[in-house]
Write a protein that binds this ligand. Structure first.
Ligand SMILES: Cc1cc2nc3c(=O)[nH]c(=O)nc-3n(C[C@H](O)[C@H](O)[C@H](O)COP(=O)(O)O)c2cc1C
Length: 200
């Protein structure tokens, strides 16, 4: 009976375990097969994470819906120094975003680097800034060890399409680009699921 209970508990853990975890938790969540090799249950390897940056909430709404649509873990990319409203004023040449943009290839630090090693697919969600993904998204994906993983991209914007930004993010991540699209912040689950159907 005890053995059956233990088996059921282990099976439940595999079912509920996400593929992504944040910071130090990620280290302790890693398990081992006893021979030093990390355990990699087949189910966990197929999992997806939606990783998002949002300065004013639009992309957060989209990312939350995408995570539900794709049954994915949801991870926020938080800049170490969050952007204030004044810092986001791209009409002012003295604002933080304008200075970062003018500097070119800015890589603002992130507060925490999540462990995505258990994910097979990662969908990166971001607002379009000057036709591209914000620098802080690059900071995250460049350090995330995503090589060989499926990378999708979704974005929000005032009007710009996703353009080359999704491919650029996937390239920086070292992953395999499966496609990307701009969505409305309130896009329905079915629209997002439909776009990624058969891709992840
Ligand atoms: C610095 C900056 C640059 C932007 N550049 C563009 C742009 O090139 N094209 C566009 O359509 N919208 C642009 N926007 C608008 C945002 O993409 C849009 O408001 C987005 O939905 C914000 O997402 P968030 O609320 O998740 O931060 C820009 C916004 C900021 C702050």
């Amino acid at each position: 009976m005890k053995k059956i209970m233990m088996f059921l508990a282990a099976a439940l853990m595999v079912l509920v375990m996400g593929c992504a975890s944040a910071g130090s938790q990620a280290q302790s969540a890693k398990s081992s097969d006893g021979a030093g090799k990390p355990a990699a249950p087949a189910a966990a390897q197929k999992k997806t994470a939606v990783v998002y940056f949002s300065a004013t909430g639009n992309t957060r709404s989209l990312a939350e819906t995408a995570a539900r649509a794709l049954k994915a873990d949801l991870i926020e990319i938080k800049p170490a120094q969050p952007y204030t409203e004044a810092e986001l004023d791209y009409t002012s040449s003295g604002s933080r975003v304008s200075k970062e943009h003018a500097a070119g290839n800015a890589r603002p630090a992130v507060a925490e680097q999540a462990d995505l090693s258990g994910c097979q697919s990662v969908v990166v969600a971001y607002p379009i800034w000057w036709g591209e993904a914000p620098g802080v998204v690059y900071t995250f994906v460049e350090k995330a060890n995503l090589s060989g993983k499926n990378i999708g991209a979704i974005c929000t914007s005032a009007s710009s399409s996703i353009g080359q930004s999704g491919e650029n993010v996937a390239k920086a991540a070292g992953g395999r680009y499966v496609g990307g699209q701009r969505f409305r912040p309130d896009a329905p689950e079915a629209e997002i699921r439909g776009f990624f159907s058969g891709k992840l």
